[in-house]
Each structure stands twice: as structure tokens, then as C-alpha cells.
Design a protein around this ligand. Structure first.
Ligand code: CP3
Length: 357
């Protein structure tokens, strides 16, 4: 069994007592850090950074060298799966992700196959093992994937930043086609996350960035249903340690109780919901992760501390809270403000935990 030097994150996810509230930041390795931009320039571009385990390890560790974060998150992207399916992922400057061959035709949809994580996504598994070695059990490593629906959005639209006309047309006009894509994606995500766990990921998070754009009924049928299938198939233990799962649907406040009921250990919250109210709604079912508005990081350290205090106080006493932003950190964030956030969470949260040391 591995002994973590700092297991605060895993304890909080499992609602076990902690001395302070653990914190990490979505997109903690990224363009707001000069050293990230320098490594990306050496790698050539973003995808080369993801596909080279040595570079991926380097950038995963960069935010930890700056801030006393309680977790590392694998440096990669959710779009590795559709890339491995052969859709031709590329990133064009200023445009975000694009696919050369978006999925539109019935024939292509039926030809879709589940990529073998040990071959097609070997570079991700190699990055996970290399990061674990470099971390030397300082903090746990978070693995991740996109949700089947969020992946399908990019696969069908062929790019980000659309109004989801293609995928929503398919959802209403040819629901069986979308269900087929989602079934393949769910199996692919399950195999991918289990391979990450076997390679060393100590907790896994599912990013459902676009589930919140669906109607109530469509969310349950086309997004949550498939996330539930994945959770049911995840390895729950590795090397004698429990592997908690986190589900984050951006804009998912409406469906909190439903998400808390699918068997995950924690639910991620964006900043549009009060975390104390969320806690009352889910009860003891799950831990909660979030949920400071990322824009707070544009304000002064004093404002950051008072906004952090509001989130901590709203959650209240006891374990089961992992502090995070409600979405990824902006590339325009001054790094010293991220430092102020981590410091504020660590110092202000102790009074909410009564654990004896
Ligand atoms: O959190 C972390 O530090 C781990 C790394 C991580 C990245 N992407 C790195 C990245 C994670 C967990 C993701 C997840 C991801 N990727 C999501 C779900 C979470 C979310 O943000 O909603 C989504 C939707 C994607 C797809 C994606 N990748 C988009 C839309 C973009 C472009 C957006 C942008 O910020 O330009 C990316 C690129 C990307 N992924 C970057 C990083 C650091 C920026 C790329 C660069 O260096 O140019």
C-alpha cells in the first residue's frame, strides 16, 4: 500500500476527517504560468505537450512547485479519446480544438470503435506512471476524462464554440444515432479511466462541460445515464486504496440530487449555486467540490480571502469539501492571486475542522 504524505484530498472526497480543506484548481497547469508557456514552446504545440510523457510530467508539476496545492491533475485533454478514434484532432491558434473528420454520417457513426487505452492512448498511461514517480507520494494524482455527451459535442460539431446545432439536431431528429455514439463513448471512457487507475491515478474526475446546455429530460437521458454507466464500471480500489470518483456537470445545479444518486463519491459545482444549499440538498450522499467564481482571481488578495471565507462558511463545519474554482482558471489570472487563494483556503479553513492532530 502506498502511503501518501498528504492525503487530505482523498480523505475529503471520502468524507473522512481532515485538518483543513484541501484545494486544487481546474486547469492549474496552463497559460497563466510563464513556465507552462515556455515548456509548450519547447514542445512545439499543445498536442505535442500532451503526447510527450516527459513534457506532460514537467507541466503537471509546475503549479505544485509554486503553490502548496493538495493534488496534482494529469496534464492531458478530454479530446484524447476522439483523437484516438481517428477523428483528426488539431488546435488552431485562437480557435480552440477542431476535428478534421467530424461525425455526421450514419456509416461513420456505426464504424466508430473503442480505442485500446494500452496502445492508442499509451502516451497518457505513460504520463500517469511518470507523474506518479515524480510526485513521490507528495500529493495524490487526479486522472480524468470527458463525459460521453461532452465528447460527443466535439465529435459531432467538429469544433468548440458552436451553439450545438448539429448535435441537438441529431438528438431530436436521430436520437438512436446519438445513443450509439454515447454507448461507444461510455465504454471508451470506462476503459480509459480504469487504465489510468491501473497506471497510478488515485482519484478520477469526469468533466461534463456541456451537459448543462440540455433540457431536463435530455440531460438525464443523454448525459447522466451514460455517466452512471461509467461510474458503475470503475475500479473502486487499487493497491489497497479506495479510488474516489468526482462528477462535474457545468451548469448542473438543477440536477444535484440526481447526480448525487448515481454512485459517485463527489459532485463538482460551478459558481452559480450556493455550496451550503447544495450540501443541504445532497445530505451525506457525496462530498462537494468547488465553487469559487474564477473571476474572483482578478480581484485583490483581500477580496480573494473574503470570497474564499464566504464559500468555506457556506459549506460549514466538517469534512466533505474540496475547494476549487467553479470552472478552469483563466489564462489572464495573475499567478500571485492563485497563491493568495491557496493560502486563504489553508489558513481560513482550519476553524471548520475539529480533527485532533
Ligand atoms: O486541469 C488541468 O490542469 C489538467 C489539464 C486539462 C486540460 N484540459 C488542459 C488544456 C484538463 C482537465 C482539460 C479538460 C478539458 N479540455 C475540458 C473539460 C473542462 C473544461 O474546461 O470545461 C474541455 C471542454 C477540453 C477541451 C479543450 N481543450 C478546449 C475547449 C480547449 C481550448 C480552450 C482554451 O483554453 O483555449 C483545450 C485546450 C487546453 N486544454 C489548454 C489546456 C492547458 C490550453 C491549450 C494551450 O496551451 O494553448
Amino acid at each position: 500500500m502506498t502511503k501518501l504524505k498528504n492525503d487530505t484530498l482523498l480523505c475529503a472526497l471520502l468524507k473522512q476527517p481532515v485538518e483543513y480543506t484541501p484545494v486544487w484548481l481546474m486547469r492549474q497547469a496552463g497559460r497563466y504560468l510563464a513556465e507552462y508557456n515556455a515548456t509548450r514552446a519547447r514542445a512545439g504545440d499543445f498536442l505535442s505537450l500532451c503526447k510527450n510523457p516527459a513534457f506532460a510530467t514537467e507541466v503537471t508539476l509546475q503549479p505544485l512547485a509554486r503553490f502548496p496545492l493538495d493534488a496534482a491533475i494529469l496534464f492531458s485533454d478530454i479530446l484524447t479519446i476522439p483523437d484516438a478514434m481517428g477523428l483528426g484532432l488539431y488546435f488552431s491558434q485562437g480557435e480552440g480544438p477542431m476535428f478534421e473528420r467530424p461525425l455526421r454520417e450514419e456509416k461513420e457513426i456505426h464504424a466508430l470503435t473503442i480505442p485500446d487505452p494500452d496502445t492508442k492512448l499509451r502516451y497518457v498511461m505513460d504520463a500517469v506512471s511518470e507523474i506518479r514517480k515524480a510526485l513521490d507520494n507528495r500529493v495524490p494524482l487526479i486522472g480524468f476524462s470527458g463525459s460521453p455527451f461532452t465528447l460527443a459535442c466535439y465529435m459531432v460539431e467538429g469544433r468548440g464554440g458552436t451553439e450545438f446545432r448539429e448535435i441537438k439536431t441529431m438528438l431530436y431528429q436521430r436520437p438512436e444515432l446519438l445513443h450509439h455514439i454515447l454507448e461507444v463513448n461510455a465504454k471508451a471512457v470506462m476503459a480509459y479511466l480504469n487504465a489510468q487507475i491501473e497506471s497510478g491515478a488515485q482519484t478520477v474526475m469526469i468533466f461534463d462541460t456541456w451537459g448543462g446546455t440540455l433540457s431536463d429530460a435530455a440531460y438525464k437521458e443523454f448525459s447522466l445515464h451514460y455517466i452512471q454507466q461509467i461510474i458503475a464500471g470503475l475500479k473502486r480500489e487499487q493497491d489497497g486504496m479506495q479510488v474516489p470518483s468526482i462528477v462535474f456537470t457545468k451548469g448542473g445545479g438543477l440536477w444535484l440530487e440526481a447526480i448525487a444518486n448515481i454512485g459517485c463519491d463527489a459532485v463538482g459545482l460551478d459558481w452559480t449555486i450556493d455550496i451550503g444549499e447544495a450540501r443541504r440538498r445532497v445530505g451525506d450522499k457525496v462530498a462537494l467540490q468547488g465553487n469559487l467564481d474564477p473571476s474572483v482571481l482578478f480581484a485583490s488578495p483581500e477580496v480573494i480571502a473574503s470570497e474564499v471565507e464566504k464559500v468555506l462558511a457556506s459549506y460549514g463545519n466538517g469534512s466533505g469539501h474540496v475547494f476549487n474554482l467553479g470552472h478552469g482558471i483563466s489564462q489572464f489570472t495573475p499567478p500571485e492571486n492563485a497563491a493568495a487563494l491557496v493560502e486563504a483556503v489553508h489558513s481560513l479553513s482550519r476553524k471548520f475542522h475539529s480533527m485532533k492532530t
